[in-house]
Design a protein around this ligand. Structure first.
Ligand code: TXA
Ligand code: MG
Length: 344
């Protein structure tokens, strides 16, 4: 299959809408990461998402809408007052809410669960594509399963060339990490995946929030997670990744030592560091993650791809504090490292 890469324009959006209506796949930009979209109401189209990604069939997809009225046909019952408050404050935006599903949503989308994840993205191209299709669009991140999520059209092409007919190029993604996934089926909103909307924001909007404890640890043997996505070692670079956490000067000293030992052992090490610390590593090989958590969120997936391209087989990354966007950054970095975190 030939994969077309077209800049976002009224013509390319119209073409994307036609493809979605015809049951085909279209990759498109959102403010978080690029999505791989199909008609959410067409079970066969949705199956082809799993094939193109090599995604395990038990990991459910997010359904994307472009107007609030599109929510109620997808869910059973009415959103709670807390859900309404979150929708008012954070939609359109980097937030996904989980509701009991209606019969309209095929089991292929929800991987057989009786709940459905819904997001109203802010990116104008994403909304225009949903409008052009005239349908809700089921979309996971547009990477091959196990690869870092794509934050540029070139990343999508790397993973999906020959597998899908169209990639819409809308430039780099603003947030850079996937949406916050919040389970609204219980009393208090529960964060299953941290993202662009932070726990403090949610707390301020609905007066309460909990963070699933599996967000910052590996799953136990045989444990059934609340979100199937927690099971998989996502965002994995090819090399071994170790995260080092502690006071800045201790972290820098420890990483220098680890790097030098890896080099002496004949390995090909690489350091991922905040921009302000790069000089402290001297002539060791480094990649900058940016100046703070927000920049780190935007840069992280691209740098993990770079690390692979450089052939690094021993990666050492600085940690950031787990508040604000830092929780989402550390969740992704932690999972890329299989939660191999060294405290210094
Ligand atoms: O920002 C995003 O959310 C991006 C863009 C494209 O919108 N999408 C994305 O989709 O990250 P994906 O498929 O890579 O991640 C969806 C996550 C998975 O961890 C999945 O397990 C969880 O949402 N999920 C989906 N439906 C669920 C449900 N009904 N219950 C629990 N978790 C669910
Ligand atoms: Mg993903």
């Amino acid at each position: 299959m030939h994969t077309e890469l077209l800049p976002v324009s009224p013509e390319s959006i119209a073409r994307g809408g036609e493809l979605i209506r015809a049951g085909r796949l279209v990759a498109f930009p959102t403010e978080t990461v690029y999505g791989l979209g199909a008609n959410a109401l067409d079970a066969e189209a949705v199956k082809s998402i799993f094939e193109a990604k090599g995604r395990p069939g038990d990991n459910p997809l997010i359904v994307h809408i472009s107007a609030l009225e599109q929510l109620s046909p997808l869910i059973e019952g009415e959103p709670s007052p807390a859900a309404r408050a979150l929708m008012d404050a954070c939609w359109p935006g980097p937030m996904t809410l989980i509701f009991p599903k209606s019969a309209l949503v095929p089991a292929e989308v929800t991987a057989g669960l009786d709940t459905v994840a819904v997001r109203f993205p802010a990116h104008p191209a994403a909304r225009a594509l949903i409008d052009a299709a005239g349908l809700p669009i089921a979309a996971p991140s547009a990477n091959r399963s196990g690869r870092p999520s794509p934050t540029e059209a070139a990343h999508v092409l790397e993973d999906m060339d020959g597998r899908i007919p169209l990639i819409l190029d809308g430039g780099g993604c603003q947030v850079g990490l996937e949406s916050t996934v919040i389970d609204m089926t219980g009393g208090t909103p529960r964060i299953l995946r941290p993202g662009g909307v932070t726990p403090a924001q949610i707390e301020a909007i609905c007066g309460g929030v909990s963070v699933d404890d599996a967000v910052m640890r590996p799953l136990k043997e045989g444990e059934r997670p609340r979100s199937p996505g927690m099971k998989y070692r996502h965002y994995a670079p090819t090399g071994d990744l170790t995260i080092v956490r502690g006071a800045a000067e201790d972290v820098i000293r420890a990483i220098r030592g680890l790097y030098d030992a890896a080099l002496a052992a004949g390995r090909s090490p690489l350091i991922l560091a905040l921009s302000g610390h790069i000089a402290d590593y001297g002539d060791r090989r480094t990649l900058s993650l940016g100046a703070n958590e927000t920049e780190m969120a935007r840069a992280m997936f691209a740098r993990l791809r770079d690390a692979d391209a450089l052939g690094a087989d021993a990666l050492f990354s600085e940690a950031v504090p787990e508040d604000g966007m830092g929780l989402a950054v550390m969740n992704r970095l932690g999972r890329a490292a299989a939660f191999h975190i060294l405290e210094v």
